[in-house]
Design a protein around this ligand. Structure first.
Ligand code: BGC
Length: 712
């Protein structure tokens, strides 16, 4: 308990005092809830994972809870506040929003008695149909890593260990327990692994979760290259690696590869590997005792570093109103205005009549499903929708857009649930404005086979838009979907899964009480044919009426696009998406000029003026893209700034390009190379729309993998 010693010193002292049985108790967690006839372990909190306390040593129990959007499965303890999708937070392009969200959910976790939170999803979006995109932070490594890293920082500042996951390349759900993600080292280092490296470098998470899938044929949780060579070796990561739930396939091999803690093996793995089988591997000499000691030291070190030993979690009341305000702000900053013909938005409260249609907008807003779903304190606003079992339930946050709209509009507001298309169109035809809420429930454990909205919602929107030219569509979904009706609509808002106070946030944006400022954290394809892999064999979920076609594949070939994920793929292939990465409208417009880029003191600094050229105040996100010299390079986001400007105002801005984006991984030399030559700088409103360009000469440099940004 001598807090003047470092976490490493303290961990080493505790380790010395531990018996072998105590060590073995720390390197595996039990499932923290009852399951399949098993009782809940005494002392657990009905959650994802539990390691009993070791009272003799003053070690508290490890109470692990999901996940990135809030304290999941908290129904037994009064519910919790859900943030909007990780994609909404990423769309804010605002590290402070990410931090505030992390701090809010971390504080709720702590007040509920948890000290480990499985938060920090940073797998890159390589396909809009991936069922878990909403838990992550989009397709760009710098943006995703920055957002996830700041969320982790927020959580850990509450004295709760965060867990960056799912390491690595768990980029789709179909066949995830066996699927092998095939990728070359330079591509992984420049894209997916870079996102992890950045998140870990910013957030210093106490743990990292290895993924279900195989990585180049070897299971992620027994992948010596991923865990030992890259994470712990190159990046110098000092914390512990915990497995995903059911991701362990061996004792000795996993232990030697760098896995430090097995999660809920008694329920999800073929057997508990990190008990008898690992003891046997030690007895036979396959695994040295020093490896087990290293596992324990790493876990203890993270407990000390996060402040859990000095400040144990204590139950405390939660201020749901204050926490809801944090979720609302994240949503307000993350909604993306995709279309706004003739400035239909913002709406005026003095409308005489308004039709609100579909999407259960009379009850609440949709959440994504699976282990991350957060139960609202007031309960699920629309219980009983399919699926009956996992990855359900389908949860709606009780924040009804209809009520929020009705509170503002002076005229008549009428609702139609959208099931009868003709009746909905009829209602719309008599209204000044029609707002249609469309929804798509996606969840952990499955991907969509295509980008089509379910339940005849395309027909609904088309009919309403035909009946009323002032039709606004609000999407509540995981991300890009086909919108065959787009040209018929007046306005479209992407609200993601909007979180605990989504109805209020969406309404405030519709009426201009807050101005849209979100930018797409992924490219929005026109359709599936534009994707690197137009089909996902075996994608779907029968229990929601989307039966999988064919068998899941054994492998997924990410060498097709390599590091050219998202906007870089579209550039390389010379294809136009529907909406580019970084795109988003607001109720004013911005212009850039006087761009100057210079290389000085080892930094690439891009300076320019931003002007608000419209008639309202607003928030803009100028983006700096850099193309390395040489052939075959696509542009990369190297920096951005989120800023708010009064109408007519101009601001001088300087953005320093991220130094790692200026280098590319060299597979032969096994280091990062920044080639000498002319670097093309483009100042973007998005990844495809530029206002200002410059070329700057940079000298050559190389960076060792061991001088990584993720090193402590
Ligand atoms: C998910 C993890 C989650 C864990 C514990 C797994 O199914 O992949 O993200 O943290 O369950 O619930």
């Amino acid at each position: 308990m001598n807090s003047s010693l470092s976490p490493d010193q303290r961990a080493t002292l505790v380790l010395k005092a531990m018996t072998q049985d105590e060590k073995f108790r720390l390197i595996r967690a039990d499932f923290g809830q009852p399951s399949e006839g098993r009782a809940m372990p005494a002392g657990a909190l009905t959650s994802a994972g539990y390691v009993p306390a070791i009272a003799r040593l003053g070690l508290p129990a490890l109470q692990e809870t999901d996940a990135g959007l809030g304290v999941a499965k908290a129904d037994k303890s009064g519910g919790a506040i859900s943030l909007p999708s990780g994609l909404a937070t990423a769309a804010s392009f605002d590290p402070q929003i990410a931090y505030a969200g992390g701090a809010m959910i971390g504080s709720e976790a702590r007040k509920k008695g948890f000290n480990v939170m499985l938060v920090g999803g940073v797998d890159l979006e390589r396909d809009p149909r991936n069922g878990r995109n909403f838990e992550y932070a989009g397709e760009d490594p710098l943006l995703a890593g920055t957002i996830a890293g700041n969320a982790v920082r927020g959580v850990q500042d509450q004295k709760v260990i965060a867990t960056v996951k799912h390491y690595a390349l768990n980029a789709m759900e179909t066949g995830r327990n066996t699927l092998s993600s095939q990728i070359d080292e330079p591509a992984a280092r420049d894209a997916d692994l870079l996102a992890f490296e950045i998140a870990i470098g910013i957030g210093h998470p106490g743990s990292v979760m290895c993924a279900y899938n195989r990585y180049n044929a070897v299971y992620a949780c027994e992948n010596d290259w991923l865990l030992n060579a890259v994470l712990k070796g190159d990046w110098g990561y000092p914390g512990y690696v915990m497995s995903d739930w059911g991701a362990v396939h061996s004792a000795g091999k996993s232990a030697l590869a760098g896995l430090d803690q097995e999660s809920a093996g008694e329920v999800f793995d073929p057997k508990v590997f990190f008990d008898q089988p690992l003891r046997a591997a030690i007895a036979s000499g396959e695994v040295p005792q020093s490896r087990v000691d290293d596992m324990v030291r790493r876990i203890l070190r993270s407990l000390f570093a996060a402040g859990i030993i000095d400040h144990p979690a204590k139950a405390a009341p939660i201020d749901f109103a204050a926490d809801g305000a944090v979720a609302q702000k994240a949503e307000e900053a993350g909604v993306v205005l995709l279309r706004n013909q003739h400035d239909l938005l913002p709406l005026s409260p003095s409308l005489k009549s308004m039709a609100v249609i579909g999407g259960h907008a009379d009850k609440g807003v949709l959440s994504g499903g699976g282990s991350s779903v957060v139960y609202p304190p007031a309960g699920n606003a629309v219980p009983g929708l399919p699926p009956d079992g996992w990855p359900g339930p389908r949860v709606y946050q009780p924040s009804a857009p209809l009520a929020a709209i009705a509170r503002r509009v002076l005229g008549k507001v009428q609702f139609n649930d959208g099931r009868d298309v003709a009746a909905a169109a009829q209602l719309a035809s008599h209204a000044d404005v029609a707002v249609v809420f469309v929804e798509q429930w996606d969840a952990e454990s499955f991907d969509r086979p295509d980008m089509t909205l379910p339940d005849h919602q395309d027909a609904l929107v088309a009919a309403v838009a035909k009946a009323n030219p002032h039709t606004v569509v609000v999407l509540e979904n995981n991300g890009p979907v086909n919108m065959p009706w787009l040209d018929q609509t007046a306005a479209v808002l992407e609200s993601w899964y909007p979180g605990a106070r989504g109805g209020e946030a969406i309404t405030r944006l519709l009426f201009g009480e807050v101005l849209p400022s979100g930018r797409l954290p992924m490219t929005w394809p026109k359709d599936e044919s534009q994707l690197p892999r137009p089909q996902i064999p075996g994608a779907g979920l029968a229990s929601i009426g989307v039966p999988p076609q064919g068998q899941p594949a054994d492998t997924v070939d990410y060498r097709i696009e390599g590091a050219d994920v998202g906007y870089r793929w579209f550039q390389k292939k010379h294809i136009e998406p529907l909406f580019p990465f970084g795109y988003g409208l607001t109720y004013t417009h911005f212009g850039y000029d006087k761009l100057k880029a210079k290389w000085a003191d080892g930094k690439l600094v891009v300076a320019f003026d931003v002007s608000n050229r419209g008639s309202r105040d607003g928030t803009d996100v100028p983006q700096v893209y850099v193309t390395l010299p040489g052939e075959n390079h696509t542009r990369r986001l190297a920096g951005w700034r989120r800023l708010t400007l009064k109408k007519g105002a101009t601001l001088h801005v300087e953005i320093t390009a991220d130094p790692w984006i200026l280098a590319a991984f060299d597979g032969q030399r096994k280091n990062w190379q920044r080639p000498a030559g002319s670097y093309r700088i483009q100042l973007g409103h998005s990844a495809t729309s530029f206002e200002g360009e410059a070329n700057v000469e940079l000298p050559a440099a190389s960076f060792s993998v061991r001088r990584s940004r993720a090193s402590p």
